[in-house]
Every structure is written in C-alpha cells, then in structure tokens.
Write a protein that binds this ligand. Sequence first.
Ligand code: SF4
Length: 473
Amino acid sequence: MLEVILKGHDKYYGVSDVVRMFSGVPEELKDEGKVIAPEGPDAVLVNELLEDGRSVTYFGDKAYEFKGELLEPGREIKRSLYMALSDISKKNLPWGCLTGIRPTLVACEEESTKALEEKYFVRPDKARLAFETSREEQRILSKVPEESLCIYVGIPFCPSRCEYCSFVSSDISCHMDRLVNYEAALEREIELISKQIKRPIASLYVGGGTPTVLEEREFASLLDSIYSNLKISSGAEVTVEAGRPDTITTGKLEAMRDHGITRICINPQTMRSETLLRLGRKHTAEDTVRVYNQACEMGFDLINMDLIAGLPYEEPEEHVESTKRLIELAPANITVHTLYKKRRAAMSRDTVMDKERTRDTLDECVAESYRLLMEAGYHPYYMYRQKDTGHGLENTGFAKGDTGSLYNVAMMSDCRDVLSFGAGGMSKRCFAQEGEMYKHRVERCPTIKDALTYIARVDEMAEKKIAFFEFKP
Ligand code: SF4
C-alpha cells in the first residue's frame, strides 16, 4: 500500500491526483492527514510544503526537491511528490507531474518546449504536442470576439449504451416514451432563453448522447427550432454529433444539409467490427464507411471522426490500424481519445487500466497514430486530459488546414462563455483576470441531469440560466 502524509498544507486533491497516476484510486483520510492507495509502490512518504513555498517529499532517508524556479504551491507539492514516486517506482510518465491542469494552458505560460520538459518532467514528444496545440488553440480563439457565445444543445439518449460510456445518456430502447416530451421541453427552453440573447453566437454544438437518435420528423423539428429561435451569426460553426452511424439516415442528412449544418461527427471509435459489437454499439465499421461516403456525396465537407485508443476486446496495435483506415477516408477532423473510466461506465476500472504491457504499448500506439496523422497532413488543434484517462494519456483533436472546431477549443480552454440547453448540460461564464493572459476565472451553472426532472422543471432551468448570464429582456 502507498501512503502519503501531508505536512504544512492540506492540498489533498493535488496529492491524490499525483498518487492516482502511480496507483489505484486513492483515498483521502483527512482526519489522519494522509492519502492512501491500495496499489502502487509499497511505501510511506511525507509530502511537505515549507514556509518559503518550496516542497520536499521524504521517503526513508531520501529527500526529493526541485532546485529551480519556484512554482505556485499547488504545483510545487505535486512536483516533489512526482519526483519521489517516479524514482521509487522507476517510472517516468508521459506528462510528468502535470495533472489537474490543461497541458496547453501551461504551454501558453512557457516560452519553449524545454521549459515543460525541465520544470514539469514532460516527455519531449508530449511537450511538443502541448506547445503546438496551445498555439493553434490561441489562433482559433482569436478569430472570435470575447463577447461571443457558444451554444450547446444536448440530447441525452442513445440507441444502445456503449459499455465504456460515462455520459449522462439513456438507452432509447428503454425510454422511447420520454423522447418526444424531452424534445418539446428542449424546444421550450430554447424559445424562453433565446429571446434574451443579444450576443453574437459564434458556434453551436448539438451533442449528446446521440442527437440523430430522434426520428426524422422530430430531428428536423429540433433543427427548425434552433434556427428559428437562435440568431446564429453567418459563418458560425454549427456541429451535429451524428455519432452513431446506425442512427444516420438519408432524411436526417438532408435535414442537416438543408439547415446549413457546417460540421458533422460520424464516430467509428474503432474500425474493428468485432470490438464494436462487443462494446454494445450495434453497428459495424462498414456501416461507418457507408454513412461517411454518403455524407461526402451529399456535400458535407467538414466531417469529424472519433477514435478511441485502448478499447477492451482489441489489442492497442489495432487502434493504429483504425487510424490508417480513417486516414484513407480523409475526413477534415480526426479526434483520438484514450479510453478513460468514470464511475458511470459499465466496464470495470480494471478492464481499462490493466497491465503494464498495455500501458507501454498503448503509449507507443497512440504516438504512432499521431505520427501517421501528421504525416498525412493533420495537425493537433485541441487537447485535454481526464482524470482516469488510460495510463495518463490525453485526447487530441487533429484537423486539416483551418478546420479545427471553435466549439471544442472554446469548451476546453475555458476562454469563451458556453450556454447549454438540455438535461445534464453545463453552462459557464469565463472572466478574464488581471495579470493572467490565458487563465480565465470560470463560473458554472449546471442543469439537472435526469431527463424526466428536466422536462418537469424546464421553465425553472431557463430562468436560472437567464439570471446566470444576466440576460436582459
Ligand atoms: S454513443 Fe456516446 S453517449 Fe451514447 S452510449 Fe455510446 S459513448 Fe455514450
């Protein structure tokens, strides 16, 4: 068992973040002043924050301390703890001691990739990725004014539940009756709030769940409601997450084309049909190709396709094969996710975070996918990490030319306000701060997650958001 005793500070969250990277899920024993973890190295450490802001982590007669430029205390304690755990376990992690913060934000603060490597122990290839992505994020954000608004419209239903899913999304086969009432409530919320929006709408994202799970008529009606109520700026990016190929029909593609949707997502996750079926996705790789080709023929020229590296039921190497097949299809955007495990997912954490061999192979396979993508003319434009992402890796969106999604960048960078419609959505306001060029202060306004409760209380949700954004009639 791993045990970390905190001394001179109470940053349990930061300590847990670092411990988690080397072990199983940690437990914070605040009464006893320590964090413990069942797995990982068998060791007792003391993580101290000194009065002058330096941090030292002790293990036996060894003391681990960084002898360079001082970081703020939260980062200092993580850095000394990382140094100790890395030495004890003989492991260097791809992102070094960077955890709980977006690597691209740290890259914005630094002048060179070397600084990320030296101060945070980030591996050179990841430092380059963060640096390059952060510059592209800034370029994309600079195209839209600070006062513009990004909109999210959420449909939390799917045709079946994927085994790895951790989103608030219900299997439609069990909840068909709710869908029509949910759509009516969603349209009401859009109608109630939209009258009050005086700000330009720079991007809109219809996501989920799977919005295309709606029947053709209902789907077209939702798009009518969105376009008739919201004053979407000309040239704004409008994305529909048509994620599951098994929900996409000619009628829905026509509805999207006729409404002027600029970007759609058709997500294979893997091009190995056996994996898809075992994961409960009810479509094959051939379905993905068929729908993708049809969308191209109908004129959609900005298509994103998601892949997930580290899926169970396939070897990490098979992810590289999927990347190759997508590169042949040549969509404008390809997003490479690494599987992560949250509480709501059906699959166990062990299934996701298994075996050392997988850790190294997955790392290599993700790197190979990136290499192939860049060789094929894609570049990274947004990136984020999640707490339980398989083996400490990241999720990266790649784009050809100037096709990177503003919504994705705005959402992840916390630099533009997001107004969210629908159950489970998170609205947020981002305030520039004095002395901080890139880090905004964020206020959040969550919407009830349960679809039935949302339907019953939609007026209240709308009022709450109007007050949150201080919209005036
Ligand atoms: S399609 Fe996406 S939201 Fe729906 S169940 Fe699968 S992972 Fe979850």
